[in-house]
Design a protein around this ligand. Sequence first.
Ligand code: ACM
Ligand code: ZN
Length: 614
Amino acid sequence: MKISKLLTLIGLFFLSENSFAQDVNEVKIIPQPNSIKYLGTEYVIGSKQAIVYKGFKQKPETLDRFTKEIIAQIPTKETKHSQSIVLEKTKTDNIHEAYSLKIDNTGIKISSSTEQGVFYGLQSLLQIILASDNNILAALEIKDIPRYKYRGLHLDVGRHLFPVSFIKSYIDLMAHYKLNNFHWHLTEDQGWRIEIKKYPKLTSIGGTREGTLINHLKDKQHVYDKTPYGGYYTQDEVKEVVAYAASKYINVIPEIELPGHSLAALSAYPEYGCGENPGPYKATMGWGIFDDVYCAGKESTFTFLQDILDEVLLLFPSKYIHIGGDECPKTKWKTCKYCQNRIKENKLKDEHELQSYFVQRIEKYLNGKGRSIIGWDEILEGGLAPNATVMSWRGVKGGIAAAKQHHDVIMTPSTHLYFDNRESISSEEPQTISSAYPTRHVSLKQVYSFNPSLDTLAPEFQKHVIGVQANLWTEYIKTLEKVLYHIMPRIYALAEIGWTTLENKNWENFSQIRVSEHLYRFDKTGKTYRVPQTIGVEQDTLLGETIEIKLKPSVKNAKIYYSINGYTPTEMDYLYTNPVKIHIPKGEERIFKSVVITPSGRRSVTSKINLINK
Ligand code: ACM
Ligand code: ZN
């Protein structure tokens, strides 16, 4: 009796193993390291670990703290021998961020020429420990180096803002996945979010709008909640965030938008708008692109912006300062005597060249202070500022054009890396910026498929693609739970396209094994995330008399429930355990639906397949 039950279990095991490629001994690290050699043995790790430093001039406090946090997560196990984690700062390897991690029967050693590299080795070690069973680690040697030096994630706090405690947890997530630049979008038409001491009205007036659009921008009649919405980060809070990020080897890039997206600033200081008696202006309650922008003709505009930037530079040590540059209508400039004078005096061809004048002047100012600018790809129009880095968001065209002009480029195309888009077109998805468009969405697979160094770009230009970033615009994201819904798990794919070379990427291994493991752990935190749909539903329609369906939950230890009558499955429907065979009488159809329900009770949106026996 016992034996036959065991055989059945083994049979099932092979069945599911065959259905979905998987090597149970493989470590499940995201992003996938670029070289892993398995040594064929195991290491039983104990919870009493000494930390040994080699090659450091003094004890690296940040690494020490983090290593102790990792050791605290090792399940208790006594070992006969004393064990240690060796952290080594090497002199020979000068490649920033590269690290090696060796686990063998003598212990664990992480080496890098930089603290940041050691930190990434520790993140890999942490992920290995968290995914291991019974204190057993596979002996291995990882030699790892990122594909791109810039790996960014953005957050728009202009439309909605989130507390510092949440920003820190956002940074924690970034660090766990080896992202290294946090792009903090701090100023918008809908709100100015950073305290500037010289211009207090920026936050006391520009920090609040009278209400918020609740239906879609595309809807004919706009509906607002009419509840004042506002807030900002004090300079002390900004310093706290910057210092916290630095402790995770993350650089914080502030974005101070100019010349467009500046209505909140103009609501506080209307004198920097166009014309003789500009304003009044208001921080807007809706989304979109607005004609009222900074006047490019008045000298006082530049003094104002330079004063603001002076304070910003004191808060942010980042080499890069993002100056926006996107979506700046030229309407007001066309009829403003100051702007037109500027065009004449500087022999500019048109208002596009005036925008270029504006950006170049700010660039010169910032270059003079030892900083570099990043701008959205509109800064190409009218001529690129000489040292600017371009963020290509309207697809990849702008990035290609900038690279061909020998400018550095960060790829962030809205088609693949705008995480404010919904992940699927299911009606069960929450309201998003893309809800009004029938097909617009950015799936996990779409993110994963993106190659920042496009094959079509010649190698001499590819070197200008310094990295990749995903953006999160928050028009329809009011709560931190929804922020998490939008970034989890797409942040995993972002991390992998930024770090892992094309040869080492593998969609099946990523989506079926590693995402499943990482979400299983995230599920335990009780935080919100988007549960990916059932794995194995690739087609809309399957034809036949007996149709076999093989599925896998997208999260480890989650369950799949299914129905064959078109109703949305619940826990009262069939529980999927093995491939199901569904018989369809001749000429009939069935609608097969499945959902994934995780150990914490979170559910995926419904997957659907039409089963037809014609
Ligand atoms: C952008 O999405 N306007 C950069
Ligand atoms: Zn003007």
